[in-house]
Design a protein around this ligand. Structure first.
Ligand SMILES: *Cc1c(COP(=O)(O)O)cnc(C)c1O
Length: 466
C-alpha cells in the first residue's frame, strides 16, 4: 500500500514511513492511495473471530509491503493483551436498538489506547536496529496524551513532548500524564491556551523548516494514519456481531478531531454496510455546521465537561473533504489555505453531496448530555461518561427505525467523575489499575503558549536528527 498527501505534492510513502512521519511536507495528511475492499464473504467470516484476528483481516491491506500477516498478529496480540476485558472492545446492549461499544478497557481508560498501544509497538519495531531517534510532539485535550505516554514511556529511541491546555483537562487526565516519570516523557502545560492553540503550535512546529529540519519529528495525534487504521477494526468487530454484512448497522460517534468517525467512514469504504454514521458534537459545533449547512467556520472554543470535543478545527476533516471532493490535491490545498487565512470556508457541492447519504450530524447541549447520562443510568444501569453521553443523545434523536445503533463509549466514566456525579448522583470508582493515581508524584513544565517558548524548551531536551 502506498500513501499520498491530501495536498498533492508531498512524496508518496510506504506504511513504515507514513507511521513514523507526522504532517506531510506540503502541510497535508497522508491517506491510502486507494481504499482496499473486503468481500461480503470475508466480512461474514469475521463473525466468530477474536478481536486480534479481526484486526489482522482489517489492517493487513494497509500494511502490505511493510509487515506480514504474522508480524501484524504478533503486534496486535501484544497490544490488545494489555486490555482488561477479554473481548477487548465489548458490546453492551441498552435497549431494543441501542448498544454501547466499550472502547475504554485499555491502560488509560479511553479509546485512544486502541490505536496508541499498537502505534507504540510499531514505533519500536521500525526504530529497532536503526540509530534514528524520534521526537514525538503532540497536543492533547487529555486522552491522547495519557494514551501516548503510556504506550511510549521508557521506550528506546523516542522522546515525547506532550502539550496540554493548562487547567482545561480533568484532574484524572492530567495525573495520568504527569505522574509518568520516565525520562523520555516531557509534559508541557500551556498557560492560557485552548486545545486548538496547542494543536496549532504542533502544526507550526511541523511546518517550520528550521525546527522540523533539526529533529526527526513524529506525530501521535490522529493526523498519524496508523492511528486511524487501528480504529477501523472495532467498527467491523461490532457490526458483524449485530448482523453485518446482511444487516446494516448505524454508529454514533462523539467527535472532536474527526479521527474516530473518519475510521468509521473508512470501514464503510472498505465494504462494511454502515447505514448511518452519526457525527455527534457538543456546543463546539463546527462539524455539525459544516455537515448540515456547508459552513466550516471557526468559532471560539467553549470549555465543557467533554473536553476531548472542545475543538473548533478538526484536523482529520481534511481527509474527508479530500476523499469526497474527488481526491484533487491542488484544489484541496487551495481550499485549506483559504481556511487557514480566513478561519472560514464553504464546502463544495461535491463535498456536501458526497457525504450526505452516510453522514448525519447533530449538536448536543449540556442539558441533553446530562439527560442522556441519566437515561443510561436509571433506564439501563449503565454509567457513561460525558463524551459517550453526547453520542448517545444524538443516537436517540436520530430516527432510524429498528436499525441497531452502536454508540461508541470512548472513555471510562471515572475519568470524568465530577461531571458524571453532577448528572447522575453516582460517583464512578477509578478501576483498580489506576486506583492510586492521586497519591503519585506529578511532574510537568508550565510554559507560555508561544512558539518560541515551546520550541526553545524542546530544543534543549530533544535529540537532534543525525
Ligand atoms: C479523543 C476523544 C474523542 C474525540 O475523538 P476524535 O477522534 O478526536 O474525534 C471523544 N471522546 C473521548 C473520550 C476522547 O478521548
Amino acid at each position: 500500500m502506498r500513501y499520498i498527501s491530501t495536498r498533492g505534492t508531498a512524496p508518496i510513502l510506504d506504511f513504515q514511513a507514513v507511521t513514523l512521519t507526522g504532517l506531510a511536507s506540503d502541510g497535508g495528511l497522508y491517506m491510502p492511495e486507494s481504499w482496499p475492499t473486503l468481500s461480503t464473504e470475508q466480512i461474514a467470516k469475521m463473525r466468530g473471530m477474536s478481536y486480534v484476528d479481526t484486526a489482522v483481516e482489517v489492517m493487513a491491506p494497509f500494511v502490505e509491503g511493510t509487515l506480514t500477516r504474522d508480524d501484524l498478529r504478533t503486534l496486535c496480540t501484544e497490544a490488545y493483551g494489555r486490555f482488561s476485558h477479554a473481548a477487548v472492545t465489548p458490546l453492551v446492549q441498552l435497549d431494543g436498538t441501542h448498544w454501547l461499544l466499550e472502547l475504554f478497557h485499555g491502560p488509560t481508560l479511553a479509546f485512544k489506547d486502541v490505536a496508541l498501544q499498537l502505534l507504540g509497538l510499531l514505533f519500536e519495531r521500525f526504530l529497532s536496529g536503526t540509530n534514528k531517534h524520534l521526537t514525538v510532539v503532540g497536543a492533547t485535550s487529555g486522552d491522547t496524551g495519557s494514551a501516548a505516554i503510556d504506550a511510549l514511556a521508557g521506550r528506546a529511541g523516542v522522546d515525547v513532548f506532550m502539550l496540554h491546555p493548562k487547567g482545561r483537562v480533568s484532574d484524572v487526565q492530567r495525573r495520568q500524564m504527569t505522574t509518568v516519570l520516565a525520562p523520555n516523557i516531557h509534559n508541557i502545560a500551556l498557560e492560557g491556551a485552548s486545545f486548538d492553540d496547542c494543536q496549532a503550535l504542533v502544526k507550526a512546529m511541523f511546518n517550520s523548516r528550521d525546527f522540523a529540519g533539526r529533529f526527526a519529528l513524529s506525530a501521535v495525534n490522529s493526523i498519524n494514519w496508523a492511528r486511524l487504521m487501528a480504529q477501523v477494526v472495532y467498527y467491523f468487530y461490532a457490526a458483524v456481531r449485530l448482523g453485518a454484512p446482511e444487516r446494516p448497522v448505524a454508529f454514533s460517534v462523539p467527535t472532536g478531531n474527526f479521527g474516530d468517525v473518519f475510521a468509521g467512514y473508512v470501514a464503510a469504504k472498505m465494504g462494511l454496510p454502515i447505514a448511518k454514521l452519526i457525527v455527534a458534537t457538543n456546543v463546539n459545533d463546527i462539524l455539525h455546521r459544516a455537515l448540515s449547512q456547508g459552513d466550516y467556520s471557526q468559532g471560539t472554543v467553549i470549555p465543557t465537561p467533554a473536553p476531548s470535543m472542545d475543538i473548533q478545527v478538526s484536523s482529520n476533516f481534511e481527509r474527508l473533504l479530500f476523499d469526497l471532493g474527488g481526491r484533487d490535491g491542488n484544489a484541496l490545498a487551495a481550499q485549506m489555505h483559504g481556511f487557514e487565512a480566513s478561519k472560514a470556508m464553504r464546502l463544495t457541492n461535491a463535498q456536501r453531496d458526497g457525504g450526505a447519504s452516510l453522514l448525519h450530524s447533530d449538536r448536543i447541549d449540556l442539558d441533553d448530555m446530562a439527560l442522556a447520562m441519566r437515561w443510561a443510568c436509571d433506564g439501563t444501569g449503565q454509567v457513561i461518561d460525558p463524551h459517550t453521553a453526547i453520542a448517545l443523545a444524538a443516537a436517540r434523536r436520530a430516527e432510524l427505525g429498528d436499525m441497531p445503533i452502536v454508540t461508541l463509549a470512548t472513555a471510562h466514566p471515572a475519568k470524568f467523575g465530577d461531571a458524571v456525579e453532577r448528572a447522575t448522583g453516582m460517583r464512578p470508582a477509578l478501576p483498580a489499575r489506576i486506583g492510586d493515581l492521586f497519591d503519585r508524584e506529578e511532574r510537568y513544565a508550565s510554559l507560555p503558549g508561544t512558539f518560541e517558548a515551546v520550541t526553545g524548551y524542546i530544543a534543549e531536551r530533544a535529540v537532534p536528527s543525525a
